[in-house]
Ligand binder design. Sequence first.
Ligand code: ADP
Ligand code: MG
Length: 688
Amino acid sequence: MGILEQPVSCLKGVGEKRQEYLRRMGIETLKDLIYYFPREHEDRSCSYSIAQLPHGQRAGTRAVVTGSARTRRLRRGMTLTRVPISDGTARGYAVWFNNPYTARHLRINGEYEFFGRVDRFMGEVQIQNPQVTKAKDRAGDGRGRLVPVYPKHGKLESRDFERMIAKALELAAGKVDDIFPARFREQYGLEEINKCLKNIHFPLDMASYNRARYRLVFEEFFLLQLGLLMIKREVKGKREGISFKEVPEEGRFMDGLPYRLTGAQMRAWSEIKEDMEKGSVMNRLLQGDVGSGKTVVAALALLKAAANGYQGALMVPTEVLAEQHYLTLTGMLSGFDLRLELLSGSCTAGQRKEIYGRLKDGDIDIIIGTHSLIQEGLEFARLGLVITDEQHRFGVRQRAALVSKGANPDILVMTATPIPRSLALILYGDLDLSIIDEMPPGRKRVETYVIGPGKRDSAYGFVEKQLKEGRQAYVVCPLIEESEVVEARSASEVYQELAGQYFKGYRLKLLHGRISSQAKEEVMRDFREGRIDLLVSTTVIEVGVDVPNANIIVVENAERFGLAQLHQLRGRVGRGESQSYCILINGSGSRASYERLKVMADSNDGFYISEMDLKLRGPGDFFGTRQHGLPELGIARLPDDMKTLRAAQSTALSLAEDPNFLNDSSWSQARRELERFFGREGWQSGVI
Ligand code: ADP
Ligand code: MG
C-alpha cells in the first residue's frame, strides 16, 4: 500500500473521533486529504503600515505593543479587550470580543504580526480578533504568506485542515505518481504533480498557485473527456447491438394519437428509429424542456422494441412518476396487445415474485419502475431497450446496472433538465443527442409572479378563485416537517394551515416522500381523477407529473430552490387548455432572492433559466453527480475554466484517436485514474 492510501489516522493529532468526522466528509486516506483543496488564499504578508490598513478588509500589519491589555464588560455578558499598538506611522488597537486570553500573552514592547479585519471608526484604527504571530517566528518558515482557507466543516476549522494537510504533504512529498508522462507535460506546459499538490495548498506566490491550479484543472477535464470518449468509442465500435426492424405498429400508433406529433418530436423519433434499426448499440440522449412531449416518443420506441419480440424497461426516479407513466403508456398502447407491468414499492412480496418470474419467462413486454428495476435477482428474458426518464436523477452506476441486465440493449436517456449550451460540450461527450425544441401547439405561457410573504393572503385568495372554477392546484414546500434549524415552511404546517383556514370545505391532501408508496399512489390517483382540489406537497412532484386540469402552483419559500428546479416545478402546470399560473413566495424577502426569482417571471425558456442559474448560483451544484450522473469535479469551475476545458478536450480527442495509447505503459497511471474517476462498473460495462 502506498503512502497515499494510508488512512488519515496515521497523522499525529488525528484520533478516532476526527477520523470518523473526516470519513463522513468523504476523506479517508492521505490522498483524499491532499485533494481537499482550499477555497481561496488569504494574503497574510502583513505588508501594510497601520496608517494604510484598508478599512473593512482582512489585512495584516507588523507592530509593537505599546501598553497593557484592558478588558471591558459590555452588555449581555460580552467582553471587549483592547491592546494599543504602534508601528511609527500611526497608533491603533488590536481588539478581541469575548476573548481576553490571547492578549494576555503579548509582551509590552514586543513586536508581532497582527492579521484580522480592519475597522476604522472616528479616526481610530482597529484590527478585530486578529491572529497574532511573533515577528521573529515568521521569518523563514518556508511557506510564504499565502495562507490557504478551507471551507469550515462543523468543528473542523480552516486551521485544522491546514495543519493536517501540511503533515500529509510532508509524508507524501515526492511520492505521488504523475498520470502524465514527462514528455507530455513538457509539450502542454503542465507542472509535475508533487509540486502542484504542494503549491495548490501552500504556494509561495500567486503565480505558482496559478500554475498548479491550471494543471489540476486540466487533469480533471482531461480525464473526464477521455473517459467519455473511450466509452463512446467502446459502445459504438465494438458492441454488436440489435437491429430492430421497421414494424407497421409504428404507423398505426401515430394514426391513433389524438394529436399530431410536432416537427421536433418527429425529428427526434426518426433519429431514434434509425439508431434502433442500425446494428450498433444506440446510446442517445433525448432532451426536451418540461412539457415538450417526450413520453410519447418513448412509447413509440418501446412499442417498436416489443413488436420486434424484445422487452423494454423504463426506469424513473420516483414512484409517483412510475405509476403515472404506467397509466399513460397503458392508455397509449391499449390497442396493441402488449403486456405492461408496474414494479412499484407497494407490490407485495408475492406480487414481486410473480413479476420477476414473468419477466424472466418473457411474459412481460414492457416494465416500468424505479430503482427497483436494478435489484439483484431481477432478470429479463430478452431485454432490448432501456429508457431512463429524467436521467439527471440517476448516477452512472445505476444506468449501467440496468443495462447489464440485457445483452447490449439500446439505450435512450431522457431529460428535461436543460443544460446550458456552454456545458453541453462536456456532458454529451458520450451520447448522441436529440433535442425536442418545440412545444405542442396551443400551449399558453404560464403567468409567473414573485411575491413577498405579505401577499400570501391574496395569493391564496386567487388560488381559491381557480378552484371555484373547477381547476386544481399544487402548493409546494421545501420541508416535510417543521425544523428547528431551517427557517422555512414545512408541508405539514402549511397543510394544517390551509386546510383549517383558507380552504375549509375544499378537498386537500398532503403528499411527501415519507408516506407509504401505496398511500402516495392513492393520493396521486385521486388528484389525477379530480377527487382532490389542492395538493400540498414537497418536491416529490417535481419531475414528470402530468395532470392537465391543475393550472396553478404556489411555491412557499421559493428562495430555497434553484431556478432549474423551480422551472421543473412550474412545468407541472400549463399542460391543459386553461391559462396557468405560478406564484413564487419569496420567504426571505431579500432583494437578492427577489432578483433571482424574477428570472422565472421573465422567462419560460428552460435553457435561458439554466444559464442564469449557473451564473447566479455558481456551478458547484450544477456539475455534481446529483445533477447529471457524471463524476464530481473537485477543482475545475465552469464557466470560468472554459478555456482549459477546450485545451483538455482537444488533447484528449487526439490521444483517444490512437487506439493503442492506453496500452502504452507510460499511461498506465492514467488508466487507473480513469477507473477510479468513473467507478469501475460504469467504466467496464462501457455505459455511462
Ligand atoms: P415531458 O416532455 O415533460 O415528459 P409529456 O410527455 O408529459 O412531457 O407531455 C406533456 C403533455 O403534452 C402531455 O399531456 C401530452 O399528452 C401532451 N402532448 C405531447 N405531445 C403532444 C403533441 N404533439 N400535441 C399535443 N399535445 C401533446
Ligand atoms: Mg416526462
